[in-house]
Design a protein around this ligand. Structure first.
Ligand code: FMN
Length: 173
């Protein structure tokens, strides 16, 4: 596999007050390191509040409205990209709406999408199926779930889980 054909795209709520990286950022950087792939961060224009309750409320409203929050950064160069490892947190059993904003803007025809989901209890929930239904021209592959607390507390377990996933999907040898 030509490493340049893979992009790692991730969305994570920014925690601007903290030097600590979010669990999704940690997972995305492990995936990128193991693949030697370029990493693209999906950022919204308005961002999300630090306060957990506030963030939960906004995220739920966006999900209920099937919103497409505006993106802040330029889209990545998709020229020659055949596979995307999509790293996102489980938000209300779904993907954060910003991930749909991103996927709506790129050509997903024949694109292999590998879902990698951070969560606190519910794993991938229905996100693989939702992705396949939302982007029928893409090939949505079996995903993997990583508990956010594990990403923070156990780098070894996190790397092992991701390495096994990428190997099983033949993305690395
Ligand atoms: C708005 C919001 C909704 C969430 N909904 C769920 C959920 O339904 N199920 C779950 O297991 N975790 C849920 N979580 C927890 C996150 O998926 C988990 O903490 C993840 O590791 C967060 O990644 P981060 O550290 O990159 O923000 C939610 C978190 C947020 C902020």
């Amino acid at each position: 596999m030509d490493k340049q054909n893979i992009l790692v795209a991730y969305f994570s709520r920014k925690n601007t007050d903290s030097a600590e990286r979010s669990s999704t950022e940690i997972v995305a950087s492990v995936v990128s390191k193991l693949l030697g792939a370029t990493q693209y961060e999906i950022c919204t224009l308005s961002g999300y509040p630090e306060d957990a309750d506030e963030c939960n409320k906004i995220a739920k409203k966006e999900r209920d409205e099937n919103a497409r929050p505006e993106l802040r950064n330029q889209l990545p160069d998709m020229n020659g990209i055949a596979k995307i490892v999509l790293v996102y947190p489980n938000w209300w059993g779904d993907l954060p709406m910003a991930v749909y904003s991103f996927l709506d803007k790129i050509d997903t025809e024949n694109l292999d999408i590998y879902p990698v989901c951070t969560h606190e209890d519910n794993g991938l929930a229905m996100t693989e199926r939702i992705l396949a239904q939302s982007y029928p021209k893409a090939n949505v592959q079996k995903g993997v779930a990583i508990r956010g607390s594990v990403a923070h507390s156990s780098p070894f377990q996190t790397e092992n889980t991701i390495e096994k996933y990428l190997t099983d999907r033949a993305l690395i040898k």
